[in-house]
Ligand binder design. Structure first.
Ligand code: F58
Length: 828
């Protein structure tokens, strides 16, 4: 770490072994933890023991800040953000904590004095992979920014025992391995059994009259489990503050008195424990919702109920009455996975706290807001009615009541328009009755937001059009952002150091205002040289890692062309492959062709049940096998699939990338956030007018962005006219040649028909219009190749990309949430 931005910070208690930041204090603290926390002799300590001792040492230094957040949470004048998300993809904590506390260099020196290397200790950390992709990582960036801005926040989610599977590549295919991330313990979390909650499931409801003669409803569940919170402090960069990530683990309740109920039935008691613990056992690894999986609905309800009970507890501790709950909390629903919170808050207020329905509803609407994360119709959550009522009978009644009152209002506004009412209804009556979770969230929220301008616009015009018609003021856009702390300072210390030398370090926390100050340096040849040197070193680092992980050698001088993200047809990794095959064919035809050398680097997980996505991984591997070995290609093209793309690997990949592939079919990617991480690290983008690409292009300038492809309108138009993908195949020789080569089995000699399902789908349906966009993509890639030959110009554009990324910091996003949605004044 060469930059002093990640260097030492002086503290008052410099040499205090519990709090001090001097090298001596840190060293002493590590040794103390080896002894007192782990009962190890230093000579016997394993690398993991040292890692844990260091983690405790760092954690001690964060606890000094905890008191400030506790004060803010206890202060009835401060509104708290409750961020409800089924996923938080935090990434490793240690490195991030070190840069936040400003003790990176001193820790490195302290561990060196103990004969250890900090990089080895950092490598020990199993990353908490409690998310699938963008949605979970967004929640993590938002926790970082909330802390950085001094906003009191609690992130509520599930402490999955098994996170996203770890991906191995065997013979080119994805193989999933369970992620036992808690195997060696987790030094970052604090177990808080005293804050446990109980959560009910199943059973039935009963009506009764209370002592005041009012009709009340009692839920008699047939299963009760316990939620136990584990808190992880989220450090605020160089600030005396933290955020709290509160994740819930499910357990059996002790109060279910097994002695009394089943005397001596030990096995039944153990069974109960197993079943209760199942709820938080495993993250669903699909990037589309699990239709009809009881356990998934149970997970959603479980964490949301715990979270709301916890918030009510905090509110009451503040000494306030429940009718002011919305003054204490702003609750954000990260997509519809936590949307059952709407019915649960109503149940808690009305059934458990005896509140009038209309008062409870006013509070509910004031508390909640909803972020939509997708327009894909197959990704919109629905739960079938019989199934839902089996697990949550009381919530179904509540949803019926919410819907009844809502539709009455709709009918008052649009008398006689039955079709409007049925389109807006929370209950879908068509065929198998089901609950539309996006409608439940929209009815109950005072704000609904999309995650990029184009996404919010399409949301208002398509999926939630009718809601937009009746409640236009509820809709706002908050374009996503990512944290420059993890994605620049931590991942790309060389770039951070260069930036600090040029413009100081204020950009780290005031990214929007400060980063543009490097723009003039794009014209400074010396600065460009340094910039290239940073990229060159990062590329060499990634090339070494790729060699270690895959055995492939890639030339550090080649253009690093990278596509890392979940594997999905709409993201069109196979369009990228068609480009590779096109270049391969050109070389085969003319082996002396002067071509810009490229390394194509892919990474990403496929949902275990998504056969086509898995076939795309195999396609990349198979094409790589042939291309990488072909003597005619002679190293000018390399294709690698980097296994197990996760946060840790991302931190090595983004800083080394030169070309960022953001090539989804227009209208399909809600925002994208990888696009921002690449650009902040100096990669140029080749992309469609989709998600946040549109705004990135506006920000960096159209001349500094490689745009191609059909627009949303052109796509709709083409569907309207009748899209015939085969025509493109027939009329385009290059495309035909690429597809025919795949059909011929050239890349899969062991199984020539392997890719037929994929190719047939392209030729006959092509739901994501690869063939329609193919030629535009190839032409654009040819421009990329030509541009790369002018390194001075390329570097200039790279610098301007970074300089103009100001608005894509998650700090800006969180400021917008504070202002437009949460009605909250933040400190910073
Ligand atoms: C992603 N969604 C969007 N969902 O695809 C991406 O465009 C956006 O930038 C990002 O959210 C953040 O706003 C996404 O990652 C999931 O992974 C869900 C997990 C649970 C099941 C349904 C999909």
């Amino acid at each position: 770490m060469e930059a002093t931005v990640i260097g030492a910070q002086a503290t008052k208690n410099e040499n205090d072994a519990r709090r001090g930041n001097s090298v001596a204090a840190i060293r002493k603290s590590i040794l103390d933890h080896i002894h007192f926390s782990q009962a190890r002799l230093p000579v016997m300590a394993t690398p993991n023991d040292w890692y844990v001792a260091l983690a405790y040492t760092v954690r001690d230094r964060m606890f000094g800040h905890w008191i400030n957040v506790v004060q803010a949470i206890a202060d009835p004048r401060r509104k708290i953000v409750g961020y409800l998300s089924a996923e938080f993809l935090m990434g490793p904590h240690l490195g991030n904590a070190l840069i936040s506390l400003g003790i990176y260099d001193n820790v490195r020196a302290a561990v060196a004095q103990l004969g250890l290397d900090l990089d080895d200790l950092l490598a020990q950390e199993e990353e908490p992979g409690l998310g699938n992709g963008g949605l979970g990582r967004l929640a993590a960036c938002y926790m970082d920014s909330l802390a950085a801005l001094g906003v009191p926040a609690l992130g509520y989610g599930i402490r999955y025992e098994f996170g996203i599977f770890s991906q191995k590549i065997r013979d080119g295919w994805q193989v999933e391995k369970t992620d036992k991330w808690l195997r060696l313990g987790n030094p970052w979390e604090i177990h808080r059994p005293e804050l446990s909650c109980t959560v009910n499931f199943g059973g039935r409801t009963e009506w009764f009259h209370d002592e005041r003669g009012r009709l009340r409803i009692k839920w008699i569940p047939n299963r009760v489990i316990k939620g136990v919170p584990y808190d992880t402090p989220i450090p605020a960069f160089r600030k005396d503050f933290i955020g709290i990530l509160r994740l819930w683990k499910s357990e059996a309740v002790e109060s279910f008195d097994f002695q009394a109920f089943n005397v001596g039935d030990y096995y039944k008691a153990v069974d109960e424990k197993v079943v209760s613990e199942t709820v938080s056992k495993v993250l669903y690894p699909n990037d589309e919702p699990e239709i009809g999986k009881t356990l998934r609905l149970a997970q959603q309800y479980f964490f949301v109920s715990c979270a709301l009970q916890d918030m009510i507890r905090i509110h009451l501790i503040r000494g306030k009455a429940l009718d002011t709950f919305h003054e204490s909390f702003a609750v954000q629903l990260n997509d519809t996975h936590p949307a059952i919170a709407v019915a649960e808050l109503m149940r808690l207020l009305v059934d458990e706290h005896d509140m009038e329905w209309s008062d409870a509803w006013t509070i509910t609407q004031n508390v909640f807001s909803y972020t939509n994360q997708t327009l894909l119709s197959e990704a919109l959550e629905k739960w079938s009615l019989p199934f839902f009522s089996h697990l949550l009978p009381r919530h179904l009644e509540i949803i019926y009541e919410i819907n009844h009152r809502f539709l009455e209002e709709v009918r008052r506004r649009a008398p006689g328009d039955d079709s409007l009412a049925s389109r807006l209804s929370i209950i879908d009556d068509g065929g198998q009755k089901s609950i539309r979770m996006a409608h439940l969230a929209s009815v109950a929220s005072h704000r609904i937001n999309g995650v990029a301008e184009i996404h919010t616009k399409l949301l208002s015009q398509t999926v939630l059009r009718d809601f937009h018609d009746i409640y236009p003021d509820r809709f706002v856009n908050v374009t996503n952002g990512v944290t420059p702390r993890r994605w620049m300072v931590l991942s790309n210390p060389k770039l951070a150091g260069l930036l600090e030398g040029a413009i100081g370090d204020r950009w780290i926390c005031r990214f929007e205002e400060e980063i543009e100050k490097i723009a003039p340096l794009a014209d400074d040849p010396e600065f460009r040289n340094q910039w290239r040197e940073v990229k060159r070193e990062n590329k060499a680092g990634l090339a070494r890692l790729i060699h270690e992980r895959t055995g492939n050698t890639i030339d550090s001088d080649a253009l690093f062309d990278v596509q890392v993200k979940r594997i999905h047809e709409y993201k069109r990794q196979h369009l990228n492959v068609l480009h590779i095959i096109t270049l391969y064919n050109r070389i085969k035809r003319n082996p002396n062709l002067d071509i810009t050398p490229r390394a194509f680097i892919f990474g990403g997980k496929a949902a275990p049940g998504y056969a086509m996505a898995k076939l795309i991984i195999k396609l990349i591997s198979d094409v790589g096998e042939v291309v990488n070995r072909d003597p005619d290609v002679a190293g000018r093209l390399k294709v690698v699939f980097f296994p197990n793309f996760n946060v840790k690997n991302g931190q090595m990949i983004y800083p080394a990338a030169e070309l960022s592939e953001q090539i989804s079919t227009a209208g399909k990617e809600a925002s994208g956030t990888g696009n921002m991480k690449f650009s902040m690290n100096g990669a140029l983008t080749i992309g469609t007018l989709d998600g946040a690409n549109v705004e990135i292009r506006e920000a960096v300038g159209s001349e500094n962005f490689f745009l191609f492809g059909l627009t949303v309108d052109q796509i709709n138009d083409l569907w309207g006219r009748g899209y015939n993908p085969r025509r493109y195949y027939e009329e385009n020789a290059q495309l035909r040649e690429a597809i025919d080569l795949l059909y011929s089995g050239h890349f899969s000699p062991d199984h020539r028909a392997r890719f037929v399902p994929l190719l047939d789908s392209l030729l006959n349906h092509d739901p994501y219009m690869l063939l329609a966009d193919y030629q535009a993509y190839i032409n654009c890639q040819d421009q990329v190749a030509a541009a790369y030959r002018n390194q001075e110009k390329w570097t200039r554009i790279s610098i301007l990309n970074v300089a103009r990324m100001g608005r894509f910091s998650s700090d800006r996003s969180i400021r917008e949430y504070c202002k437009k949605i949460w009605e909250l004044r933040q400190e910073a």
